[in-house]
Write a protein that binds this ligand. Structure first.
Ligand code: TA6
Length: 295
């Protein structure tokens, strides 16, 4: 594998052609190429200069998902926390080859409390260490986060990998393996429902937090003729958010472009967001996702 460092980005590629690009800003994966094509959606107006979280790829949500709750340690943080809008450091790479030619390259990124802006330090006054690993292999992309509480106090956190999967046409895809799962519908006043479809079509704004899923059961994005396009398994992340902004919300986001690009993306977001993980002083937690494409 080759790894190149270009100012604010790290790029890795495998001899078989797969590649991944990560911005130090937010440790945001902005590109994952496999089977000769781009697998992730990146808005044409995504800001890549650190002025705003990147619109697309895999933004990292920590320590809070969504708008922070009132009267909480995260209350004065921005939506989705500080991880995706802080500059991380590249810790290095490692590659593995089990001999059967399934080479993999792992890129590690770090963020800790004293690297945060003064505002963020003040907003969430806990010593912590994050190591985010991005692993590219022939048959997939995996991202995992290790959280260490380096403070003397316990802290609560949420975490989510806000993955924008690229699709040719939103009307042609279905999201599978959600049947009978409970979800909070953020488009319907956060009311709770049970999923009835085992192949969910996306034909309007969708913003649902599916809860308590078996992380080893893949969430599949399939074509309308039931070919698997993406398969997402998780570790220690038991919620999955399915989001598509649809027409109006797409138009309402200045960095979402072109306006009709909602047709070319579906967010399948692995996370632990429907409750709070409590990390005791000195303890660590790890969770992640593994995405396979075009099985
Ligand atoms: O993951 C879904 C969601 O929480 C939506 O409600 C929408 O807000 C989306 O994230 C994007 O949030 P952002 O802060 O990146 O504009």
């Amino acid at each position: 594998p080759t790894v190149s460092i270009k100012d604010a980005t790290i790029e890795a590629s495998l001899p078989s052609g797969e590649s991944v690009t990560v911005y130090l800003y937010g440790a945001t994966v902005t590109s994952w190429k496999a089977n000769g094509e781009e697998q992730l959606f990146l808005s044409e107006k995504a800001l890549l200069d650190g002025s705003k979280p990147i619109r697309g790829g895999i933004p990292l949500v920590f320590p809070v998902f969504g708008p922070p709750p009132q009267n909480h340690a995260t209350s004065t943080l921005p939506q989705h926390g500080f991880a995706r809008n802080s500059t991380w450091e590249f810790l290095g790479k490692s590659s593995s080859d089990s001999g059967q030619g399934d080479l993999a390259v792992k890129l590690d990124f770090g963020l800790n409390h004293n690297m945060l802006s003064e505002d963020f330090k003040e907003a969430w006054p806990y010593e912590f260490g994050l190591v985010y690993s991005v692993t590219l292999s022939k048959d997939g992309l995996a991202t995992s986060l290790n959280v260490t509480n380096e403070s003397k106090k316990n802290f609560d956190f949420q975490v989510l990998m806000h993955t924008y999967l690229r699709v040719a046409d939103i009307s042609e895809i279905r999201v599978k393996n959600l049947e009978s799962k409970t979800y909070v519908d953020k488009v319907r006043n956060a009311s709770t429902h049970t999923e009835s479809s085992n192949a969910l079509p996306i034909a309007e704004e969708v913003d649902r937090v599916y809860q308590d899923l078996n992380p080893e059961k893949p969430i599949v994005v399939a074509s309308s003729d039931d070919k698997t396009l993406f398969s997402v398994t998780r570790e220690a992340l038991t919620d999955v958010v399915v989001w598509n902004p649809w027409i109006e919300k797409a138009k309402g986001m200045a960095d979402f472009s072109p306006d009709d690009a909602y047709k070319n993306m579906i967010c399948v977001e692995a996370g632990s967001v429907s409750a709070w993980q409590t990390l005791e002083a000195g303890d660590s937690w790890e969770g992640g996702q593994s995405i396979k494409s075009r099985l």
